[in-house]
Write a protein that binds this ligand. Sequence first.
Ligand code: VG1
Ligand code: CO
Length: 543
Amino acid sequence: MTVLTIATKPYDDQKPGTSGLRKKVPEFQQPNYAENFIQSVFDSLEGFKGKTLVLGGDGRYYNREVIQKVLKIAAANGFGKIMVGQGGILSTPAASHLIRKYKAFGGLILSASHNPGGPKEDFGIKYNIGNGGPAPEKITEAIFARSKIIDRYLILDEGDIDIDAIGNKTLGDMIVEVIDPVADYAEMMETLFDFDALRALLQSGFTLRFDAMHAVTGPYAKEIFERRLGAPDGSVINFVPLTDFGGHHPDPNLVYAKGLYDLMMSADAPDFGAASDGDGDRNLIIGRGIFVTPSDSLAILAANAHLVPGYSSGLKGIARSMPTSGAADRVAEKLGIGMYETPTGWKFFGNLLDADMATICGEESSGTGSNHVREKDGLWAVLLWLNILAVRRESVRDIVVGHWKTYGRNYYSRHDYEEVDAAAANRLITELREKLANMPGTSFGDLTVTKADDFAYHDPVDHSVSKHQGIRIFFEGGSRLVFRLSGTGTSGATIRVYIERFEPDPARHGLDTQAALADLIRASHEIAPIEAYTGRDKPSVIT
Ligand code: VG1
Ligand code: CO
């Protein structure tokens, strides 16, 4: 066994974003680019000698190559064992589960999530810590600092390892265990949900369509929905993972999962439609004739979770990212449990889950999860919905409309301006920030600002502070606008505008969302004249 020490030069752009380092594949293919980042991760950690690392990715283009690099670099750095998903495949929640179940030191997840894949598209690497969750900012900052000065990496001088045959192999002194990516995850789902009730639901004539979007959830969904729960063949579509996701964005929203949406709005709609993203942590839920916003979904799942075995003793608390609508807050209030508002990105939920302060967490970007792992979990959300439906035996529409009646409706939408000029986007946010102090008391049409700030999070567990997490403008009556820049894009900048209005009156719960938010959308254009800064006169994606 020979450990090579390879001299390298640092890159200055390896700053992990909302969810790890994401770049275009050709950037990752620059000499030593991936190696530098992997070694920077290991150089930022202590005490992993002889310990286990979990490794897998969403199967996108360049996954296999980077898996081999990680194996050889990890062996050279002294890890004792790597558990790698067969073919290099692990969904993000499955990787989180494996880290926890096998008490691994941590894990590397190779994914750019919902971003497109292919030779010219996106790739990503993310480090997760021993609790199974994304590394907190303290670690991601250390990784970035290291990447800026790194001058060597260690790698084993060995050929590639076969990652397609299940079983143990050796790489130098390290064991490489190639595991079935689905089995442990499916087994855990059986402990959380009532699979008998789910089978009975599916046998009662209830119909389901799950779109895996040619991404990582295909094999998981086939196994769970069709094999274990008996949904008819064909219930899961686009289930073969492809390195380029069939040329699509594996992003389960109304734009990129339009086929599913159109089906669910048609006369032939099944009872329930769902989809997940590239790495399996997001979910899209659509009932026959009704799309459930992720913010509403979080609230409804929290309000009904006690009907399901894994949560029958109730919830400790609910956490949501700041831009997520306040629908879940009303549920927490009614249940008399804690409600926490965190910055965007799952890494901020970890402490709350570890401290047992929150049980269920969610984000407006189609992410929902619980304390079963430390990542958001697309299939988990789908199974939780199905289990609730199996108990209540009502339609998705009746459950959603009933929820609004009890709690009121938070009309909610997000407008994204993707790949705009980064300098212009930064100027917009900086100048908006400067105007905040003078905003309270000013009016935009009938809307009067009560408060305006730049969200800062004070973690109640480790007392760390994260500043500049999004600009918030509150209006009389509880409406709200939020502006922030995406931290997951790979070219230019993406401006996100989050728009929310609370409507208590059930007689006004049937409005079209964009119409119900029209005055706020107009106000957002006055407050942040995106067109003047970027030349874009309309959003590229509305969800
Ligand atoms: C986006 C979402 C955020 C999510 C993140 C990672 O981040 O808004 O809610 O946690 O993606 O999700 P940003 O910084 O682009 O707004 V995933 O499924 O891409 O790992
Ligand atoms: Co994802």
